[in-house]
Design a protein around this ligand. Structure first.
Ligand SMILES: Nc1ncnc2c1ncn2[C@@H]1O[C@H](COP(=O)(O)OP(=O)(O)OP(=O)(O)O)[C@@H](O)[C@H]1O
Ligand SMILES: [Mg+2]
Length: 287
């Protein structure tokens, strides 16, 4: 069973003067258990709409989605999910500790376990010092950290995160990447949206690029980077010991190596030069 299934999902909104906004145009996607999937797309592409439909916060115009085999229209589909909404906002007069305990209790966690887990996740998100303060005094990044802490407290198997790195400083971003990698190690499924390609390259197994409500590409990060190879940097050493760095085109590597060996040059190092994820993303969206 897949952790997430999206089948022919369409969502129309009504804009000004009754104009139809087609936010999603027939999305199909499956994300396996244990997989980290990056949902990449520019502003207004349809990422948050997809996530809201997946979480049952919006009703699809047509199509459906499932989490762990249960349709998003049913409350049961959300019991095994940690969900981080876009721009999370919490009760001003609760502290982070009170809020995390509230979330855990809503998931039916037993008091002792809840206390232990609350401490763990607050420490992990670097909120331990601030845990007793009212959240109205928290910075934007601290609120985002509370948002992430509340997805972790009940230790679900599926994580649906709408721009988890948003509003965080470089230390916070690195922490979130670390947490996602940890979840992967534990065999959890993480589905997260972003428009920052670097986030995707480091942590994802697969990436889907969405633009104008349509999925343009779904592929593994390895494949994307492999496909993006444009050439090689080859370091050769002549019999006299002179080092030379050569740029060799994608289709010329074999020929270059043969010729170098014929000329008694030894090959010291070959490094591929590939287009990065950013270039891939820009190219796909522009197309
Ligand atoms: N409630 C709504 N009413 C009308 N239009 C909406 C509504 N919600 C979203 N849209 C439109 O649907 C499209 C997709 O929006 P969505 O929020 O899913 O984009 P996104 O990919 O999450 O963008 P961002 O990176 O800016 O968060 C946009 O054109 C947006 O204007
Ligand atoms: Mg969004």
């Amino acid at each position: 069973m897949n952790a997430i299934e999206i089948i022919g999902l369409c969502k129309n909104f009504t804009g000004k003067r009754m104009t139809k906004i087609e936010a999603l145009k027939g999305l199909n996607l499956e994300v396996a258990r244990g997989e980290v999937f990056g949902f990449l797309g520019p502003n207004g592409a349809g990422k948050s709409t997809t996530i809201k439909l997946l979480m049952g916060l919006l009703k699809p115009t047509t199509g459906l989605s499932r989490i762990m085999g249960v349709e998003s229209s049913q409350t049961l589909s959300r019991t095994n999910v940690g969900f981080l909404p876009e721009n999370p906002a919490f009760y001003d007069y609760l502290s982070a500790e009170e809020y995390i305990k509230f979330v855990g209790s809503q998931f039916g966690m037993e008091a002792n376990l809840l206390a232990t887990r609350t401490e763990e996740v607050l420490k992990r998100m670097d909120l331990w010092e601030a845990r007793k303060r009212h959240m109205r005094g928290y910075s934007k990044g601290m609120v985002q950290r509370v948002g992430l802490a509340q997805t972790l407290v009940h230790d679900p198997d599926v994580y649906v995160l709408d721009e988890p790195m948003s509003g965080l400083d470089p230390i916070g971003r690195a922490l979130v990447k670390d947490i996602i990698l940890d979840l992967k190690k534990q065999g959890k499924c993480v589905f997260f949206s972003t428009h920052i390609t670097d986030d995707v390259e480091k942590v994802c197994d697969r990436v889907g690029v969405i633009n104008n409500g349509q999925l343009l590409v779904v592929d593994s990060v390895t494949n994307i980077l492999q496909r993006g190879i444009e050439g090689y940097s080859v370091l050769t050493i002549s019999p006299e010991g002179v080092q030379e760095e050569n740029y060799v085109g994608k289709d010329e590597l074999q020929f270059f190596i043969q010729r170098s060996l014929q000329n008694n040059q030894s090959i010291e190092k070959i490094e591929s030069r590939s287009k990065d994820m950013e270039a891939f993303f820009l190219e796909i969206v522009a197309r």
